[in-house]
Ligand binder design. Structure first.
Ligand SMILES: Nc1nc(=O)c2c([nH]1)NC[C@@H]1CN(c3ccc(C(=O)N[C@@H](CCC(=O)O)C(=O)O)cc3)C=[N+]21
Length: 282
């Protein structure tokens, strides 16, 4: 018995089509402002994909590319301008930023209504308290994948490996909201394998290639690999895919798993933001 391979590319295509249908119901097309600072090649690929799929969904691509040595003051001014601009529905500041820039204080300039990445304090607070708000794209995409494959979450043992602001923390919050019993592991966790082996749903967002092997997976578990690493033989994730697929019930591949879902949820968030911005007083 070998695991079901979770087809993130296919689910993402469906969600992008729904976003495009949502765009068609709006009075005017949403505008997505992506901001790329510097020339990190991986970031350039991700931003290019986001822009292409934004246009494919019928949205306006309002991209800004800034030099890697841009000052914090100048980047702040760009964010403030986009925050004011009525044509801008969503603002995405691609991370990581060069080390001379303080990501937290820059993200704080994004109005929560335009925070399609779900990274502001307001969005994180709304998620933590279970209030309506824009959710971080990658964890939202993981949840959408689990739902698409009808993985039961209520009462399930869910283990999240990683506690980043971008993925691990919001992932745990979303799973908790869905009534899973949630454990968060990190670099100081004792006996990672033993904790992971309890999981019915295992979400790995550690940023370490091949960290999770077959010994960390309970037979039949659903394993979601958020990691993405460029090696000599192409892309790989945080999960040893070939080993784990022999044990798991379902597993995501890299590429073609969580990556495309991140972009699909960004488009979905942008439609949501456009609807809410279109309701003054909200
Ligand atoms: N503010 C911010 N928001 C983000 O959402 C964000 C970010 N910063 N920084 C980096 C991570 C990473 N990320 C990915 C998006 C798409 C793929 C993706 O499309 N992956 C394809 C492969 C693409 C390729 O060929 O490289 C796949 O897995 O099939 C991967 C990774 C978004 N991130």
């Amino acid at each position: 018995m070998s695991a079901t391979i979770i087809d993130g590319a296919a689910v993402a295509r469906r969600i992008r089509a729904e976003a495009a249908a949502g765009v068609a119901t709006l009075d005017r097309p949403p505008g997505l402002a992506t901001i790329l600072v510097g020339d990190d090649p991986a970031s350039a690929v991700y931003v290019r994909n986001k822009r292409r799929l934004c246009v494919e969904a019928g949205m306006r691509d309002l991209h800004r590319h800034l030099d890697g040595d841009v000052t914090e003051v100048d980047l702040a001014a760009v964010l403030d301008e986009l925050a004011q601009d009525e044509a801008v529905t969503g603002i995405l500041l691609q991370l990581p930023l060069p080390p001379h820039l303080d990501a937290a204080s820059l993200i704080a300039r994004i109005p929560p209504e335009k925070d399609v990445d779900g990274l502001t304090e307001a969005s994180a607070g709304r998620l933590a308290l279970g209030r309506p708000g824009l959710r971080p794209c990658t964890p939202a995409g993981v949840l959408a994948l689990l739902d698409a494959y009808q993985v039961k979450l209520a009462g399930a043992e869910a283990v999240v490996v990683g506690r980043s602001d971008l993925v691990g923390r919001p992932m745990a919050a979303l799973l908790l909201r869905r009534d899973a019993t949630v454990t968060v592991c990190h670099s100081r966790t004792r006996d990672l394998e033993a904790v992971c082996r309890r999981a019915d749903v295992l979400v790995v967002a550690a940023g370490r290639p091949g960290l999770v092997g077959a010994g960390a997976v309970k037979p039949g578990a659903s394993v979601i690999d958020v990691g993405i690493h460029r090696g000599p033989d192409g892309l790989r994730g945080d999960v040893d895919f070939e080993a784990v697929r022999a044990v798991a019930g379902a597993v995501t591949p890299v590429p073609g798993g969580v990556g495309p879902m991140t972009i699909a949820m960004l488009l979905a968030n942008t439609v949501t933001a456009a609807r809410r911005l279109g309701q003054p007083g909200h």
